[in-house]
Write a protein that binds this ligand. Structure first.
Ligand SMILES: Nc1ncnc2c1ncn2[C@@H]1O[C@H](COP(=O)(O)OS(=O)(=O)O)[C@@H](OP(=O)(O)O)[C@H]1O
Ligand SMILES: [Mg+2]
Ligand SMILES: [Mg+2]
Ligand SMILES: [Mg+2]
Length: 402
């Protein structure tokens, strides 16, 4: 079956106009136009784009929207048997696997055979065991339901083997040459399980540099979260952030009900009125260190703590001025936890760097080797934030590289 898909994808690719210009491509497969009335991923016509990655951005947006639907369905009624614990003790759910299978399947069919490379978080090993069989059954059903709900996808259902295979298309090592997609199918799984924030994070590397990023944040309010996330608010929820090199960052409703709007990081230059955001989970960042850095900077507001790369999206539109992330000793960052988020910030005018002040290097494979920590802020505040970080990190006596 997947062979068929790949074969057909080659055909699709051959039919696709190669040298698209921004204005040439504005597919609309909305509910209103669909033959069956099933609705489809609401295709967008971006306001800001750069010709070379425009097609990738459109494909990535559609894939993320499709996966978001699956995640929303699962989060509404998550059952305990739909969650497993991985060997590193972190949780993984049917939605992490389902989202990865859908994004991989949806993108791979658009590229010529042998040219699709994906670096993604999950692998199918645990699903291939006897204990994993019920989960695989459920994931296959969720994936097929999501595909069937989209009128633009007129394909036969995937088998369990197809789903396993699609998940494993994410096993690329990435690197500094060529094009590699980078996917976190659910970033912030702990938040997802808790019923809080999470993100479907899809980036694209070209010769080691992040050139495009799409963040689907199904639970993030469209309005500012500078003062935290209001409970029981009537605010519309569900944001899609899209960025590509030289083309800026936009935000729009994830459900396709509104137009993309360009966003920019905060222009606050006075740290006394700056806000900062960080991981919700204290196990993921040294919150005592970040409190110390914030204190050194004279930041008065309490931290905005939310799960996942939704933080990067929130920062890109100015909800927070500074992002601080300092994992506990020994933790090694992975590229899918930051690729999409980093370009969403940089294209919104911000900077993302490590404690040495260097930009993140996504060219070294699946891992993100960096000096201590990840920091983001606007260009004006970078020197003062970096200096506070370096002072506090030195006081903490963290080994320079870990
Ligand atoms: N011990 C430890 N230290 C630091 N980071 C860790 C750690 N364990 C996991 N992770 C990674 O954190 C990802 C979740 O993103 P955040 O830390 O920003 O969000 S939050 O902690 O859920 O609030 C999370 O991403 P997902 O696994 O995709 O949920 C992990 O990759
Ligand atoms: Mg995980
Ligand atoms: Mg993650
Ligand atoms: Mg994940």
């Amino acid at each position: 079956m997947l062979k068929e898909v790949v074969h057909r994808s080659h055909h699709l690719w051959q039919c696709f106009p190669r040298h698209l210009h921004c204005h040439d491509w504005s597919p609309v497969n909305s509910k209103a136009r669909s033959r069956s009335g099933r609705g489809s991923v609401s295709w967008r016509k971006p306001l800001f784009c750069m010709a070379s990655y425009h097609r990738d951005v459109v494909l990535a947006t559609n894939a993320v929207r499709l996966a978001s639907r699956l995640c929303q369905t699962v989060q509404r009624g998550l059952l305990t048997q739909e969650t497993q614990t991985k060997s590193d003790k972190s949780p993984v759910t049917v939605a992490d696997y389902g989202s990865q299978a859908l994004v991989n399947w949806s993108l791979a069919r658009e590229f010529p055979p042998g040219t699709f490379s994906m670096v993604a978080e999950e692998g199918s090993e645990d699903l291939r065991t006897e204990a994993g069989a019920p989960m695989l059954e459920r994931i296959t059903q969720l994936v097929n339901d999501a595909i069937a709900s989209d009128a633009a996808l007129d394909v036969a259902p995937l088998s369990k083997e197809d789903v396993l295979e699609a998940i494993d298309w994410g096993n690329s090592e990435g690197g500094s040459n060529g094009r590699h997609w980078v996917l976190d199918p659910i970033d912030g799984t702990r938040g997802f399980v808790r019923g809080d924030q999470y993100a479907i994070a899809l980036g694209l590397l070209d010769n080691g540099k992040v050139v495009a990023g799409v963040l689907g944040c199904p639970n993030l309010p469209m309005g500012s979260i500078a003062n935290g996330i209001p409970a029981n608010s009537s605010e519309p929820v569900g944001c899609l952030f899209v960025a590509s090199l030289g083309a800026g960052t936009t935000v729009e409703p994830l459900d396709g009900s509104g137009e993309p709007k360009r966003v920019h990081v905060s222009d606050v230059e006075d740290t006394a009125i700056a806000t900062f955001c960080e991981s919700y989970e204290s196990a993921h960042t040294m919150q005592d260190l970040t409190a110390n850095i914030a204190g050194t900077l004279g930041v008065k507001a309490p931290p905005v703590r939310i799960d996942s790369q939704a933080k990067y999206g929130a920062m890109a539109r100015g909800d927070a001025v500074i992002y601080l992330r300092f994992p506990h000793f020994g933790y090694r960052e992975k590229i899918w936890d930051h690729a999409a988020g980093a370009i969403v910030i940089t294209e919104a005018g911000g900077e993302v760097f490590d404690a040495a002040g260097e930009p993140l290097d996504f060219s070294r494979g699946r891992w993100l080797d960096l000096d201590t920590g990840i920091i983001a802020t606007n260009k004006e505040l970078k020197p003062v934030v970096l200096s506070a970080v370096q002072k506090c990190v030195k006081d903490l006596k963290i080994p320079a590289k870990h």
